[in-house]
Design a protein around this ligand. Structure first.
Ligand code: HEM
Length: 207
């Protein structure tokens, strides 16, 4: 077991600023939706739009960083039997004292289930929220863009459904981040300092 720099500086900056922006977007978005009253509708819309553009800016940097550093490989899906093994570990083995089927290394810091979850966050939920949000924002230009057959209701529904999916992801992510650590809040500390335990150097065959 060795202490290694698991999460680089940009990665930590990206992670925490994205978390803050997504939580703020959930708070303002569900006020716009009418779930509660906090800032007032007009103000909530203004905040939501500013936060949304900031998040889009951050994503542009994050995409560039992942492509140029090769870190996008961390999201290549694992074979289905590895995902099943992880699900069985979380659902059964962990309660019976069984061993973790995956060993975290700098090259492969996500377990097979995390790979699948983060990949769906990045290629399904985020683009859905992003594209529907943009369409929502530019509703006034739809006629000019020839999008006459598009329904505002369908766009709003897609955006709200993606927001619920984002919320569900956040809850599961927080639960696992807090509970799945050998030392209290170990995963949270690792994402603050960057340092985490690398169990042993594994080969790509672990995928
Ligand atoms: C994690 C990210 C986001 C979450 C959780 C979120 C959540 C929400 C929710 C729940 C609503 C209310 C929908 C309704 O009741 O019809 C909303 C409205 C809206 N969102 Fe988002 N959103 C996010 C990102 C974005 C992005 C990236 C954009 C723009 C590119 C955007 C633009 C809008 C707009 C324009 C509205 C409508 C405001 C109005 O009614 O005037 N959102 N959002």
């Amino acid at each position: 077991m060795a202490r290694v720099m698991m999460y680089k500086r940009f990665e930590r900056l990206w992670h925490w600023s994205q978390a803050l922006l997504i939580i703020s977007l959930l708070i303002t978005g569900f006020e716009v939706h009418g779930t509660y009253r906090l800032f007032g509708f007009e103000q909530a819309v203004d905040y939501h739009v500013i936060l949304a553009w900031t998040l889009i800016g951050l994503w542009v940097f994050a995409i560039f960083w992942h492509l140029t550093t090769g870190e996008w490989r961390q999201y290549i899906p694992s074979s289905p039997n590895k995902i099943v093994a992880m699900a069985r570990y979380y659902g059964v083995d962990i309660f019976m004292g069984g061993g973790h089927p995956f060993h975290k290394t700098r090259q492969q810091k996500h377990n097979p289930l995390q790979r699948a979850a983060y990949l769906s966050l990045h290629v399904v939920i985020s683009p859905a929220i992003w594209i529907s949000g943009w369409l929502y924002l530019f509703y006034a230009s739809w006629a000019e863009w020839g999008l006459l057959s598009l329904s505002l209701g369908a766009v709003a529904l897609t955006h709200t459904a993606a927001a619920f999916a984002m919320f569900a992801f956040l809850v599961a992510h927080l639960y696992l981040a807090i509970t799945m650590s050998t030392v209290p809040l170990g995963n949270v500390k690792a994402m603050i300092t960057g340092y985490d335990d690398e169990e042993e150097e594994q080969t790509l065959a672990q995928n």
